[in-house]
Structures are given as structure tokens and as C-alpha cells.
Design a protein around this ligand. Structure first.
Ligand code: PLP
Length: 442
């Protein structure tokens, strides 16, 4: 399109991410404002946020302490170079996160998105083994239906076919464990399913196949989020920890969704009493207000990098915006707000009511499974015969245009994840609107 042909506010030039562009541009869904539990549309409607944006706005939208902190940071120090220089707030945040993180995950690396955090963790795993003289450990093990973002590292260890199939061979030497989900055994389970803990033993089989000396790390989401909320079977994560420890393999928990309260704890690791070697985080760290992510790393991993000459860079990795002043300010204000308002405790207290509200949708049309845990729930709908994703897209359109609801939908699965400030009445409101949507798309 030549520039002189363009109209103001033309929709066409923006190639939207993870969106069917042509359908969207026929009938756009726009948000122009947000406060607490709601988005506002340009035509003045108030739309309840049933998925915390993309699982990130844990304390609700437009929280003043966070926006004020961002404003002040922009006025005080708009940017500071992250390589060879620092700014005081980065160290303050890292100390706070080290206190929050389980075990001796006492070191923080920063990035800007979940995808970058995953790449960072995978690279640290390789460098760690190499520094210890085990450079043959180059393989990663992920899991089917895992989501670790869209970088080449993330799609390699991830297990969502549509995100992988177009993009060639990706990282070499990656293998995958089977998904923990089995509808026949687990349908309509609240929380962690009884069935499936034994699936962790598949890791032992992969170790047998590849030999432990070739495996650097295993990466899993404690609760698989983007694929439709798949809670871990009882005992599964504990067993993964046991096997990885026995074989000197690092265990990475990708807590981009589960970190910062979604499961009623600072990290899912706390809920399960399983301490991994690294935790990737993003989203809720800044309440979604400024892009930021990072990796919490065990002390021994940091220390393994500290052997070279003092003047030498220990890890040749980082981003122009690692620990950006605005992101760090947002993160510090967010963590303070979470503490002051006991956001994680509120999520824990709301879990039972949320799960009950979600399970009460069981008799709605075409519901094939409901999986609530913490304040996260997957609702699988039967696809229209031979047309996977059509019913789900219909739901997206109707939610926005007819029912003033926003909720994440992936193919034919709805993922409900309200901000952790949601009251009983907010949860009831979301539930009732979801019910109407399910009827409408039946
Ligand atoms: C577990 C997990 N890892 C990584 C990512 C990627 O994060 P981003 O979209 O910020 O790159 C996501 C995003 O939803 C996620 O859920």
C-alpha cells in the first residue's frame, strides 16, 4: 500500500500476533482503557476481564502505586546501560526476589518477555554444565503441550504443534515427555488429578535412551497454562525433581503464568514443595504494566560461573533492556502492592469458591472438561464436527460483542483466570457471562 493510499487509523498495516488478522479486521475488538476488573471499549462499554489480560494483571488494572512508580522512574532515570553499569533499584529488586524465591534460588537475571526468560534459562543451563567440565550435556527435555513462548528455544522445548510446525528444525537434540493430561482418567477434576504421577517416569526412559551425560535440563510449567490449564498429577513434580537430581540434570520450572500468586503462592514451587534449579518468571512481576521477565537461579549455578579472571564477563548474555528502570520500578511497586493487599493470600482464599463456580458450568452445552486450580481454569468445548477452533472463535466474538466479557480462548478451550483481586461477586459475574457464551455458541 503506498503511503498516500492510507487512511488514518488504517487497520491493515498491523500484522497482529496470534490473531486471525482477516477476521479481526472485518470486525475488530478493541480496548481503549482499563481499571481494576474491567476493560473499556471505544464505544463506552465496560468489559469484565476474565483472564487478567494475558494472565498478568494480578492486582487488577490501572493500579495507582504502579503507574506512579513508572512515572517517577521515567522522570528520574529513563534509561541506564545494563552492561558494565547498574542502577540501585535493580539490586533492591533482586534482593527482594531472592527472599521470595524458594530454596537457594538467590540470583536474578532479567529479560523482557517470557520467551526471553526461557532462552536465558536454557543458555544458563548449557553454560553451567560447560563451566563444570560437562560440556556434553547439551540436550533439553520439554513436554508435549508445554508452552514456553515463541523464541527458537521456547518452541523447541515447547509442545504445541501449531507453534512449531512452520519453523523448521529448531534447536537440535530436544526430546519431549508425554503430556500429563488424559481426559478418560482425569475429566472434571478440581486441582491436581490423582491419576498420572507415574508419567514422570517417562523421564527415566528418556535418560535411558539419551544417557544422562547428554542432558542439560528438563523444563516444564508446573501447571501447563496456555494449552488450557493442565494441573500436575499428584506426585508428578516431586518425581521429576527426584529423577533430575539423581542424574545431575537441571530442572527448570517455567512460572511465567504460575508465578506471583496465580496458585495462591508466590511461586507454584511453594505450593508443591518442590525446589527447581531455575524459575522463569514474567507477566505478574510488573502486574503487566511494563514488559519484564527474568530467571531466578540457584546459588551453585551462579557460583559455577565465577571461576574466570575477575575482569572477564562471566556470562555472555543480556539484553539492551535487561532490568530497565521503568520495568524495575513497576516490579518494585507491584511486589509492594501484592504484599500490602495480601494478593497471594486472597487468591488462596478465593480458590475453593472459584473452583466451585467453574465446576457449576459442567452441564452447559458441549462442555467436555473443566480443570480449575488456583485462580486458573481450562474449559474444553467439543469442537464443531470437522471444524476445530470455529466454536472457540465464535466464543471470542460473542464475548466481546454480546456479553461484555474478555476471556482467553485457545482453539476450543476457554481459559478463565481473573485478576487475583476478584471478589466472589466478580467471579460469579464472570461465571454467568461464560455460561451465556456457552449457550450462545451451542
Ligand atoms: C509458561 C510460559 N512461558 C513463556 C511464555 C512466553 O511469554 P511471552 O509471551 O512474554 O514471551 C508464556 C506466555 O504465555 C508462558 O505462559
Amino acid at each position: 500500500m503506498a503511503p498516500f493510499d492510507m487512511k488514518p487509523n488504517e487497520l491493515e498495516p498491523y500484522w497482529m500476533p496470534f490473531t486471525p488478522n482477516r477476521s479481526f479486521k472485518e470486525r475488530p475488538r478493541l480496548f481503549s482503557g482499563a481499571k481494576d476488573m474491567h476493560f473499556f471499549t471505544p464505544d463506552g462499554r465496560k468489559v469484565i476481564d476474565g483472564s487478567s489480560g494475558l494472565f498478568c494483571v494480578n492486582a487488577g488494572h490501572g493500579r495507582e502505586p504502579i503507574t506512579e512508580a513508572i512515572k517517577t522512574a521515567a522522570e528520574t532515570l529513563d534509561y541506564a546501560p545494563p552492561f558494565q553499569y547498574g542502577h540501585p533499584q535493580q539490586f533492591k529488586l533482586s534482593s527482594q526476589l531472592a527472599l521470595m524465591a524458594p530454596g537457594d534460588l538467590d540470583y536474578a537475571l532479567y529479560a523482557n518477555s517470557g520467551s526471553e526468560a526461557v532462552d536465558t534459562a536454557l543458555k544458563v543451563a548449557l553454560a553451567y554444565h560447560r563451566n563444570r567440565g560437562e560440556g556434553s550435556r547439551t540436550r533439553f527435555i520439554g513436554r508435549e503441550r508445554g508452552y514456553h513462548g515463541v523464541g527458537f528455544g521456547g518452541i523447541s522445548v515447547g509442545g504445541m504443534v501449531a507453534n512449531r510446525k512452520m519453523f523448521g528444525n529448531m534447536l537440535a537434540g530436544v526430546d519431549h515427555m508425554a503430556t500429563t493430561y488424559n481426559r478418560a482418567e482425569q475429566a472434571f477434576t478440581v486441582g491436581e488429578p490423582e491419576w498420572g504421577g507415574h508419567l514422570a517416569d517417562e523421564l527415566e526412559r528418556l535418560v535411558g535412551l539419551h544417557d544422562a551425560s547428554t542432558i542439560a535440563a528438563v523444563i516444564v510449567e508446573p501447571v501447563a497454562g496456555s494449552t488450557g490449564c493442565l494441573p500436575p498429577p499428584k506426585g508428578y513434580l516431586e518425581r521429576l525433581r527426584e529423577i533430575t537430581e539423581n542424574h545431575g540434570i537441571l530442572l527448570i520450572f517455567d512460572e511465567v503464568i504460575t508465578g506471583f500468586g496465580r496458585l495462591g503462592h508466590a511461586f507454584a514451587s511453594d505450593r508443591y514443595g518442590v525446589v527447581p534449579d531455575m524459575i522463569t518468571f514474567a507477566k505478574g512481576v510488573t502486574n503487566g504494566a511494563v514488559p519484564m521477565s527474568g530467571v531466578m537461579v540457584r546459588k551453585g549455578i551462579y557460583e559455577a560461573h565465577m571461576g574466570g579472571p575477575d575482569h572477564m564477563i562471566e556470562l555472555f548474555h543480556g539484553y539492551t533492556y535487561s532490568g530497565h528502570p521503568l520495568a524495575v520500578a513497576a516490579a518494585l511497586a507491584t511486589q509492594e502492592l501484592y504484599k500490602q493487599e495480601d494478593i497471594f493470600g486472597r487468591a488462596k482464599a478465593a480458590e475453593a469458591g472459584f473452583c466451585e463456580a467453574m465446576m457449576s458450568l459442567k452441564s452447559s452445552p458441549n462442555v467436555a472438561d473443566i480443570r480449575p486450580i488456583g485462580l486458573l481454569c481450562g474449559i474444553d468445548l467439543d469442537p464443531l464436527p470437522g471444524q476445530p477452533g470455529v466454536r472457540g472463535y465464535d466464543a471470542i466474538e460473542r464475548m466481546y460483542h454480546e456479553f461484555d466479557l474478555y476471556c482467553r480462548v485457545t482453539m476450543d478451550t476457554l481459559i478463565v483466570a481473573p485478576p487475583l483481586i476478584a471478589t466472589e461477586s466478580d467471579i460469579g459475574d464472570i461465571r454467568d457471562r461464560v455460561e451465556k457464551v456457552l449457550k450462545a455458541v451451542s
